[in-house]
Design a binder for this molecule. Structure first.
Ligand SMILES: [Zn+2]
Ligand SMILES: [Zn+2]
Length: 225
């Protein structure tokens, strides 16, 4: 592991050596288009009504994502979260900053105080890495008007290996808790690495709204569609 720190940097997707450790131009994905998507969950709209929102309890006010989860992005995610490549996300910062700006501009709350929330990992993930990927990311995106804060944490729940996808969605209740860092605000932006079913974002939103009634927005780096 120590030797790895001194090795030349490489593209997190194709593993070719380069000077920055960022994605090389050939691996860099296109940003997702913001057009033709649901104004709440950001899913592509096939019809006038959003099937994603109709089939779920969507409790956040608005989600915006940055990139689809193509094979390069999957490799970045794997390296970043499970292979100790702590800097694997750095190439994405300008794109994420742009998306955050779009989100705040739309919500018309730029001048009101809010918080950028990362969800602290639960106990089990501390065995696999000694850093919190989304907490790292939040520190690059925070501003004086939108400080980063670990107001929520994942809590260990009983083993759910036998549960199907749908069951897991309902079992999320109780899997996230407020931390002592909770502060009231006009709005919150929950930062996520991957948005898939929206279940984590909805549960986090439910907890925040119960506590504060604030507007809850969600910004994700990748979206699995
Ligand atoms: Zn590459
Ligand atoms: Zn929707």
């Amino acid at each position: 592991m120590i030797a790895h720190l001194y090795s030349p940097t490489e593209c997190p997707a194709c593993k070719r050596e380069n000077a920055t450790g960022h994605l090389c131009p050939g691996c860099r994905p296109e940003m997702l288009s913001v057009y033709g998507r649901c104004s709440i969950c950001f899913s592509v709209l096939a019809q006038r009504n959003c099937s994603f929102c109709q089939n779920r309890n969507v409790l956040f006010d608005r989600h915006i994502s940055t990139f689809g989860l193509n094979s390069e992005c999957k490799r970045v995610l794997q390296a970043w979260k499970f292979e100790n490549e702590r800097r694997a996300y750095l190439w994405s910062l300008p794109y994420l900053k742009e998306r955050l700006h779009t989100l705040l501009k739309e919500a018309d709350i730029i001048r009101r105080p809010g918080y950028l929330i990362y969800i602290e990992s639960g106990g089990s993930s501390r065995d696999t890495r000694n850093y919190q990927p989304v907490a790292d990311l939040s520190r690059h995106l925070e501003t004086p008007a939108l400080p980063a804060c670990g107001m929520l944490k994942k809590v260990r729940t009983r083993k759910q290996s036998g549960a199907g996808r749908k069951d897991r969605f309902f079992q999320l209740k109780g899997s996230i808790q407020l931390t002592v860092k909770y502060r009231p605000a006009f709005y919150y932006v929950i930062l996520e690495d991957v948005f898939t079913t929206g279940a984590t974002a909805s549960e986090a939103s439910r907890i925040l709204k119960k506590q504060s009634g604030a507007q809850v927005l969600v910004l994700s780096l990748f979206m699995a569609e």
